[in-house]
Design a protein around this ligand. Structure first.
Ligand code: PLP
Length: 393
C-alpha cells in the first residue's frame, strides 16, 4: 500500500478519539470498532452456547491467527505463541533459557521494571549475574560497550526495542550480531514497537520476541504474543507447561510440543485472542509502514510544539524516534500536568523512576509526562494538546 492513511476512515473506526485528545497508546490504546465487534460477538456467543462450543465454532479463525501474527512479525505460524501479556511472554521465555550459577545476563539502560524485577529475583536464586550495558551519547545502547562486555559466559541479552519512558528506538541488528558472536541469545522486548513500527523477526535475527496487544496494536487488554523460531526452541527448556503444551504419554512420561505453542497454557480468553487477531489484521490492512509514518508525523509535531512552549523540556533520547513523547514542565509536578491536561480533554500518563530505574537514575529524573499519539490522532488534536500544555506551563 502506498500513500498516507485515510485519517477520516481511521477516526470513524475509533469512536473514542472523537471527543477527546487521546495520547496514551503507549499505555493502553483505543481499539478500533472491528476489534471491539469481534470481542463482543464472541462473549455473546459464549453466553448462548457455552465457551467450548463457541470456541469450536471459531477454531478456523483462531488457527488462522497464528498466520496473521506470523505475517505481521516476519516469522512462520509455528513460531508464534499467544499469551496474556508482554510480561507473561517475557517471563516464559526467560524461564526457558538454561541459566546457571556463573552465567551472565546483560540488560540495557532502557530495561523495564516488569522485566528487571523477575530477572534480579531469578538471579539471586540461581547465581547468575545481571549487568547493564551503558548507553552511548545519544541514549541508545552502546554497541561497542556491549561488545566489550561480551564473553562466552553471557547467555542472554535482554534488549528493550522502545523503552516505556521515551522516544528512543534501540538498534537491534547490531546488538544481535554482537551477542551471537559469543553464542548469547537475544530477547527483544517489542512491547512498545508492535503495532507502531515494522518488525521482522527474521531480518532482525532476534531469538525471542515479546509484545503486548493493548498498546500500539490496539488489541484488547490481557493479550500478548511470544515469538521463538525453531532453531532457538531447540536450545530452550520450557518449564511452565500444561496439558496444552504437551501430552502425558506414559505413567511418568510426557512429550512437549515442538512448535511455539509449547509456551502457551490451555486456558485463555478466546474473545480476547480473537480481538488480538483482529487487531493484527487491522494493522496489516492499514500497512505498518503507513502507521509508522503517521505516528512519527504526529510525534514530531508534538515535540516541535512542546519545544516552543517556555518552561517545557522534551526529554526524548536517541536519533531514531518512536511515538512516545516525554517532557517535563518546570515547576509543575508530572501528576499535576497529567491531571490538568485531563481536565482539558487530553489523556496522557506519568512515567516514574521505578519503571525504568537505570535510565532515569542516569539522567537524574524522577518522573516524566508521557504523551503517545497514534495514527488516529489528528494534527489539530496534537496542536490542541500543545495549547493545553502551554496554559499549564
Ligand atoms: C508495557 C511494557 C511492558 C509490559 O507489558 P504488559 O503487557 O503490561 O505485560 C514491557 N516492556 C515495556 C517496554 C513496556 O512498555
Amino acid at each position: 500500500m502506498t500513500g498516507p492513511l485515510d485519517l477520516d476512515r481511521l477516526r470513524a473506526d475509533t469512536p473514542g478519539c472523537l471527543d477527546h485528545v487521546f495520547l496514551d497508546s503507549a499505555g493502553s490504546s483505543l481499539p478500533p470498532t472491528p476489534v471491539l465487534d469481534v470481542v463482543h460477538a464472541h462473549l455473546r456467543r459464549e453466553a448462548e452456547v457455552g465457551g467450548y462450543r463457541a470456541h469450536d465454532e471459531r477454531l478456523d479463525d483462531l488457527e488462522a491467527g497464528y498466520g496473521v501474527v506470523a505475517e505481521l512479525l516476519g516469522c512462520v505460524p509455528g513460531d508464534v505463541a499467544f499469551t496474556e501479556s508482554a510480561t507473561r511472554s517475557w517471563l516464559t521465555a526467560v524461564d526457558s533459557v538454561p541459566l546457571a550459577a556463573g552465567d551472565r545476563v546483560l540488560v540495557t539502560e532502557a530495561e523495564y521494571a516488569g522485566n528487571a524485577i523477575p530477572l534480579l529475583t531469578l538471579a539471586e536464586r540461581t547465581g547468575f549475574t545481571v549487568e547493564a550495558v551503558p548507553s552511548d551519547g545519544t541514549g541508545a545502547v552502546d554497541v561497542d560497550a556491549l561488545t566489550g562486555l561480551l564473553d562466552e559466559r553471557v547467555k542472554l541479552v535482554s534488549l528493550v526495542h522502545v523503552p516505556t519512558n521515551g522516544g528512543l528506538v534501540n538498534p537491534v541488528r547490531e546488538v544481535v550480531d554482537a551477542a551471537h558472536a559469543v553464542g548469547a541469545l537475544v530477547l527483544l522486548d517489542a512491547c512498545q514497537s508492535l503495532g507502531q513500527l515494522p518488525l521482522d523477526v527474521r531480518a532482525m535475527g532476534v531469538d525471542m520476541l515479546s509484545a503486548t496487544g493493548r498498546k500500539w496494536l490496539r488489541g484488547p487488554r490481557g493479550t500478548g504474543v511470544l515469538v521463538v523460531p525453531e532453531h532457538v526452541r531447540a536450545r530452550l527448556r520450557p518449564r511452565l507447561v500444561d496439558l496444552h503444551s504437551g501430552e502425558w504419554t506414559g505413567t511418568s512420561q510426557v512429550e512437549l510440543r515442538a512448535d511455539a505453542r509449547v509456551f502457551e497454557l490451555w486456558e485463555h480468553s478466546a474473545a480476547s485472542r480473537l480481538g488480538f487477531i483482529a487487531a493484527a489484521r487491522y494493522a496489516l490492512d492499514l500497512g505498518v509502514d503507513r502507521i509508522a509514518a503517521a505516528v512519527s508525523d504526529r510525534a514530531e509535531r508534538l515535540r516541535a510544539g512542546l519545544r516552543s512552549v517556555p518552561g517545557v523540556r522534551v526529554r526524548d533520547l536517541g536519533t531514531t524516534r518512536s511515538g512516545l513523547v516525554t517532557f517535563t514542565v518546570d515547576g509543575v509536578a508530572a501528576d499535576a500536568v497529567r491531571d490538568g491536561l485531563r481536565a482539558r480533554g487530553v489523556t496522557t500518563t506519568v512515567s516514574r523512576l521505578g519503571s525504568t530505574r537505570l535510565d532515569m537514575t542516569r539522567r537524574g529524573l524522577d518522573e516524566l509526562v508521557r504523551a503517545s499519539p497514534h495514527c488516529f490522532v489528528s494534527p489539530e488534536q496534537v496542536d490542541a494538546a500543545v495549547a493545553a500544555v502551554a496554559r499549564l506551563a
